[in-house]
Design a protein around this ligand. Structure first.
Ligand SMILES: [Zn+2]
Length: 929
């Protein structure tokens, strides 16, 4: 790995801590209280290892056969993340170069899905749950073709990667000399009908192909796109076809034919054009023809989307949700004003507004709030930035004011009658690039003014000494504060525009309104419309005894912009207000407005412990005996519970048990058995061709287990310990009752996989000051930080430091109360410690007494619909209700920072308590999220 020494040390330490915790939990789990005898979370230090781990979970035979090494080799040849790595990998696995498979199609199946896992970096569960099978089916001439089975979670794979997977399948087909799919006319019509039904009745996608396009795609694809039904709805026509297994709508397949192949085909072909012939893939050239066809059919829309003229975009409003306010309409001046730039909290999808704007919008806008926006992109998560423009408001008294601080804004906010200007919204230009949106003009701003000035100055040192400025005057991005007089002088001398602080939102007025204002300024004549004119341009004033009062400075600024001669000048139809004003002004006046960005509230910021329905403390079935509250204590009082339990027999004491380690005699010599639910016959091994279950519904006497559980307890037993009505996993495994007692004691709720999750909005941070996150100089150094962002040794807690890529800052706000991450994770640490000592016979590990003890502890971050957790390290606390970390940490979870959420677990809690076997036995829930 190429990285500087201190980053390499950092990664080494992260790796070491992770492996140490994994080892500790493996030893603890030997006691046998869980479904597995060791931790169910494999550790991967690279994408290559992740690919092996994720595919190993469905095909254990590939583990340890050299796949990660081979990936590394291929990466050296083709480059990291290159699709050719996936193609070669799929080929070699399908040819059984690493290990044998049951049959050829199994090898092909795992090969293709491993290729898919590689191009999604081994992070998402789509290769397991989105592409669920590859089968050989019969052509009309009796030969075989390949059929790909997609399911709903394919959406987590991403449109491009999913499209590439079809290319991989075609390649493997050629390697194995398998014939092409031979669709009949009826089957093609079925595809069109089903995709149209999906689009119209299930979910509107970005693209809706016509029948002609569909026919073209299907006849050119050499494999069949197939899948599981994802909807209760059946297709409206072409039911009962021989080779189509279901009449219901297959959402995964529909996704491939709307958002994936039609929309990403061009991107795929661009690469294949370069090297496709090396892989016998040049016949994908049909995509070029398809793009032509698409253009011809959708030409009307194409022209519209190619235009660079700025038009209002209403789509963010059209999907409005009740209770989510609209802040500004599309392109509506007075709303958020575009400002280009980035702060240490923005980027990767996240933007910023002034903290003063947040204050006047009361509870509706906070750090972490998701906005649905007009452009570029669809949404963002908000942070704050205090060096951009705040709002201008009108009070009930008629006064127009630009609050200078959050305190002032708070003070006046009950008296606000109208928000005249919401303030700036800070967006980095990369957001436009990323979203394929042309750059739009920003309003005139100080940094722009400063750049104009810089371009006019030949001798900077001379300029500095002439004007008695600080020697670092030109070193900053934003201009240092200078006096109003100097600013005016510079505009005059160098012919540069007036500084934005001296100008107004002139574009809001008509030319006649300009004249009305000039008459007031120079002749003292007032008109009823004058007040509104001042409001529209954002000029501060008061209303005293119904008379407008403007401060001498504002008055003088107005006169700088607006000359007296304008009063008697001729109006020219073709001139804009600003052109008209400039023609008669001594100074250059720039447009302050630029572009307004429409926005409405998406969802509020989030930071809380995850709650399953019914808020269970542990995964144990309490049936109807648990009563309305699903209380385990009620089951204890009754002495039994009737529910589904695994069929396990103890070979030693010959009794039936519910755990793999016999709860009666403590033996691990137990045997899982199976039952045919129809005949009730039990089997030692699941017979082939018979659908059997690993569990049965029975009455379970709980007293003995409970007595054993609380043998050494000596504490008060909580009166409410919530279980689940039924467990839903494949074996109906249940957690040990002690876990329930302990989680109840520490007010913790369990997630469906046995862990405690903390959910939070994702926010990025690239730099921090130790003081801001509760660190001292010595603590920050202990965490491995030595230098600030300029390379100076850290000696003060006010120095700005670049954050390490896997370090995170967790919520610790009073508003969150006991739900603050700092409090929840403390309780999790206490829970794990008691679990270690009472259940696993190990010494306590965390020994956390205060929140500061959490600093340096490892967590696992896991975003929804992904299956690879990313290790993280807690380094501090914030008052923000969101999980703050380096954008890389979020990116590793395949997330942007546009208002989505992720979750964290304390690492040892995950290693000890997570089990895949607790997860409900249904597609889409077999991954960790
Ligand atoms: Zn036994």
């Amino acid at each position: 790995m190429i990285a500087s020494k201190h980053i390499q040390n950092y990664f080494e330490n992260m790796n070491k801590s992770t492996r140490q915790l994994s080892k500790l939990s493996n030893e603890a789990k030997k006691t046998g209280v869980d479904p597995q005898l060791e931790s169910d979370i494999p550790i991967a230090a690279s994408v290559a290892e992740r690919v092996e781990a994720i595919m190993g979970s469905i095909s254990p035979n590939i583990i340890g056969k050299g796949i990660p090494d081979r990936i590394t080799e291929l990466e050296k040849e083709y480059g990291f993340g290159d699709w050719r790595v996936a193609l070669k990998l799929a080929e070699e696995i399908s040819l059984e170069r690493f290990c044998k498979f049951e049959d050829k199609i199994s090898a092909i199946n795992i090969g293709i899905r491993t290729g898919f896992a590689y191009i999604t970096q081994g992070t998402v569960s789509a290769p397991l749950e989105g592409l669920i099978d590859i089968k050989l089916k019969n052509r009309k001439d009796g030969k075989k073709y390949l059929s790909m089975y997609f399911a709903g979670p394919i959406r987590g794979g991403g449109a491009t990667a999913s499209a590439v997977t079809v290319v991989i399948t075609d390649y493997i087909r050629k390697v194995h000399n398998i014939e092409k799919y031979d669709p009949t006319d009826e089957e093609i019509k079925r595809f069109y009908t089903e995709v149209t039904d999906y689009y119209d009745r299930v979910e509107r996608k970005q693209y809706k192909p016509t029948e002609e396009e569909m026919k073209f795609i299907i006849s050119n694809l050499s494999v069949e796109l197939n899948g599981d039904p994802t909807s209760r709805l059946t297709v409206s026509n072409f039911k009962g076809l021989d080779r189509v297994e279901t009449d219901r709508i297959r959402g995964g397949m529909a996704l491939l034919l709307t958002d994936c192949i039609p929309l990403k085909g061009a991107k795929v072909w661009k690469k294949l054009k370069e090297w496709g012939s090396d892989f016998n893939l040049e016949d994908w050239k049909w995509i070029e023809e398809f793009i032509e066809l698409k253009k011809k059919i959708h030409s009307g829309q194409e022209i519209k989307s190619n235009t660079t003229k700025l038009r209002p975009n209403y789509s963010y409003i059209s999907e409005i949700v009740a209770g989510r306010p609209i802040f500004t309409h599309p392109l509506k001046k007075g709303g958020f004003r575009l400002r280009y730039g980035r702060s240490r909290l923005t980027g990767h999808g996240s933007w910023a507004i002034s903290p003063i704007t947040m204050q006047i919008c009361k509870d509706y806008l906070a750090i972490g709030t998701q906005l649905r926006v007009e452009r570029p992109g669809k949404s963002t998560s908000l942070t704050s930035c205090d060096s951009i423009e705040g709002p201008i408001v009108k009070l009930k008294s008629g006064e127009v004011i630009k609050p200078k601080s959050e305190e002032e804004a708070k003070l006046i906010s009950p008296d606000i009658e109208e928000i005249l200007f919401l303030g700036d919204i800070l967006i980095s230009h990369g957001e436009f690039l990323e979203n394929n949106h042309f750059l739009v003009p920003p309003g005139f701003c100080p940094e722009w003014w400063f750049n104009i000035l810089k371009s006019k100055i030949n001798n900077k040192n001379q300029f500095i000494s002439e004007n008695k400025l600080h020697e670092s005057f030109f070193d900053t991005f934003l201009p240092p504060k200078i006096s109003r007089e100097l600013s005016i002088e510079l505009s005059e001398k160098y012919k540069i525009p007036l500084h934005p602080e001296l100008t107004f939102y002139w574009g809001e007025l008509s030319k006649n309104q300009l004249i009305t204002l000039a008459k007031y300024l120079y002749k003292g004549s007032t008109e009823p419309s004058l007040k509104r004119i001042l409001e529209l341009i954002g000029a501060e004033h008061k209303l005293i005894n119904n008379k407008i009062e403007i401060s001498p400075i504002t008055l003088s600024n107005l006169k700088l912009n607006l000359s007296e001669e304008i009063i008697n000048s001729n109006l020219n139809e073709s001139e804009t207000t600003l052109e008209f004003l400039n023609k008669h002004s001594k100074y250059i006046v720039e447009d302050l407005w630029g572009t307004a960005i429409g926005a409405r509230m998406g969802r509020p910021e989030k930071a809380k412990m995850r709650d399953l329905k019914g808020s269970p403390n542990f995964l144990f079935p309490v049936g109807i005996e648990g009563g309305r509250m699903n209380n385990f204590i009620d089951v204890i009082k009754k002495g039994f519970v009737i529910s589904d339990f695994p069929i396990i027999n103890c070979e030693d004491c010959k009794q039936q048990t519910i755990y793999r380690k016999c709860e009666h005699c403590g033996s691990y010599n137990t045997k899982q058995r199976y039952i045919d639910p129809k005949t009730k016959i039990k089997y030692d091994e699941p017979p082939k061709d018979l659908r059997v279950r690993a569990f049965e519904r029975r009455k379970y006497e709980i007293s003995k287990l409970y007595k054993k559980t609380i043998e050494n307890w000596n504490d008060e037993i909580p009166s409410l310990i919530k279980g689940v009505k039924n467990t839903k996993n494949k074996y109906r495994y249940a957690e040990h009752p002690l876990k329930g007692i302990l989680r109840s004691k520490f007010s913790l709720r369990v997630n469906k996989d046995g862990t405690v999750r903390y959910d939070g909005t994702e926010l990025g941070i690239t730099h921090f000051k130790p003081k801001e996150i509760g660190l001292t100089v010595s603590k920050v150094k202990k965490l491995g930080y030595s230098f600030d962002w300029k390379g100076n040794e850290i000696t003060s807690d006010e120095q700005l430091i670049e954050i390490f890529p896997q370090d995170i800052i967790i919520p610790d706000s009073d508003i969150l109360g006991s739900e603050a991450a700092s409090k929840v994770l403390q309780r999790v640490a206490n829970f794990v410690d008691e679990e270690l000592t009472r259940l696993y016979n190990k010494p306590a590990y965390y020994n956390v007494a205060t929140k500061d003890d959490l600093i340096g502890q490892m967590v696992i971050g896991l975003a929804p619909h992904t299956s690879a957790g990313i290790a993280g390290r807690i380094i501090g606390f914030s008052k923000i209700s969101a999980l703050l970390a380096h954008p890389y940490w979020h990116a590793a979870q395949r997330r942007d920072l546009d208002g989505e959420e992720t979750s964290i677990m304390l690492m040892l809690d995950a290693f000890l308590n997570f089990s895949r076997d607790f997860l409900p036995d249904q597609r889409g829930s077999r991954s960790m999220d």
